[in-house]
Design a protein around this ligand. Structure first.
Ligand code: F0G
Length: 375
């Protein structure tokens, strides 16, 4: 074998594929042409990780739970799927600058892809309510970071006004190319499982992602790639649950700051996804989110950010209410996918707050051994 051949032979355990990003892989499903300059960090192709411990909690024999680990995207969240499309199309249209309002992940992604493309990037974040990792990303990628003394909804209203009156491209999920890119998450799940799951659990904030996944599942189904579509089970934080309550929440609250949103842009589309799929959008409390956040890290070895854990909290809540048991009467299998939208490293403060503190010990064997209890 030549020393430059980096792909291991089958005898060495398979081949390494050279994934070149989701536009490259799903090109025929996306509104791009040969003229579109593809701006990519090789996002997508994220792991679908089985979660046997969580599956035991479903209350149905043989039920399977999978975690779609979107934290493995280049900037650590699902936003990269939409951003590769939005930034590529902005460059194609000759735009020089982009703007977004963000609870953190969109700003990190917009900042990174803008750097890649040489575009100016302006991000509006709610002052004091963004996780440390996300803020660091926007700053290091040289975005103009404006910490607005208000919440996400107010920041987004301002962005829309600026976008209407200035030559700057909005890259929030009201940009249709964001949804186009994000729908590839559904394609990947179907390609990885070999079929559609029966249930899809997802956190809901501005509601772009639930909209995008539903679009993706429908496109694969309509093209005959899959024989079924999942029920869409969306979850909002109880203090920020406008869709559940049926009205705008003026002062949204939750420690899951990524989904601290009171007036989602894709509200109608989320309701359509819920109703067309026969699913639901429900609220989970901060306590339930925190429990799920600790459980998935502590039992499955998978660290997500608090907002992502809303999908697991919701799944467990529904399992405990007997929902999947009832569902198993209409399905020959229960196969649940939870979207873990963001990497837990984005929010180290939450991880530390929800864990025991390190044990401080003198640098002596005896002192160490007092704390090491081997089974
Ligand atoms: N999970 C995470 C980690 C997020 O960052 C977001 C949204 C969501 C879930 C909800 O997705 O808005 O499509 O319903 N974050 C946006 C942002 C609002 O600015 O980063 P959604």
């Amino acid at each position: 074998m030549s020393s430059l051949n980096l792909a291991p032979s089958p005898a060495e355990g398979g081949t390494l594929s050279h994934w070149q990003g989701l536009i490259h892989h799903y090109r025929s499903w996306l509104p791009v042409t040969d003229e579109t300059p593809v701006v990519t960090l090789f996002e997508g192709n994220t792991p679908l990780i089985s979660a046997p411990k969580l599956a035991e909690r479903i209350g149905v024999k043989g039920a399977k739970v999978w975690l779609k680990y979107e934290g493995a995207n280049p900037t650590g969240s699902f936003k990269d799927r939409g951003m590769t499309m939005a930034i590529s199309k902005a460059v194609e249209a000759g735009k020089r600058a982009v703007i977004c309002a963000s609870t953190g992940n969109t700003s990190a992604s917009a900042a990174a892809y803008s750097r890649r493309a040489g575009l100016q990037c302006v991000v509006l974040i709610p002052e004091g309510n963004i996780a440390l990792g996300k803020l660091s990303q926007a700053l290091i990628h040289r975005a103009t970071v404006l910490a607005v003394q208000g919440n996400f909804d107010q920041a987004l209203e301002l962005v829309v006004k600026i976008g209407e009156t200035h030559p700057i491209e909005i890259v929030n999920s009201l940009n249709p190319f964001r949804i186009q890119g994000q729908k590839t998450g559904a394609f990947e799940i179907c390609d990885q499982l070999g079929r559609a799951p029966t249930h899809h659990c997802i956190p809901v904030g501005n509601a772009g992602n639930i909209t995008a996944y539903w679009k993706g599942y429908n496109e694969y189904f309509d093209a005959g790639r899959t024989e079924s579509k999942p029920k869409m089970l969306g979850f909002q934080a109880a203090g920020s649950a406008p869709i559940v309550l049926g009205h705008v929440v003026e002062h949204p609250e939750t420690f899951a700051t990524a989904i601290r949103i009171g007036n989602p842009v894709s509200w109608k589309q989320a309701v359509a996804a819920r109703d067309e799929s026969g699913g639901s959008i429900e609220a989970v409390t901060d306590e339930e989110i925190a429990t799920a956040y600790k459980m998935v890290a502590g039992e499955e070895g998978v660290l997500c950010e608090p907002a992502s854990a809303a999908s697991i909290a919701g799944m467990i809540k529904k399992a405990e209410a007997g929902y999947f048991k009832k569902e198993s009467k209409h399905h020959d299998r229960i196969e649940i996918v939870c979207i873990l939208t963001g990497n837990g490293l984005k929010d180290p403060n939450s991880a530390i707050k929800h864990s025991a503190a390190p044990i401080v010990v003198p640098a002596e064997m005896g002192a160490l051994l007092e704390h090491i209890h081997l089974a």
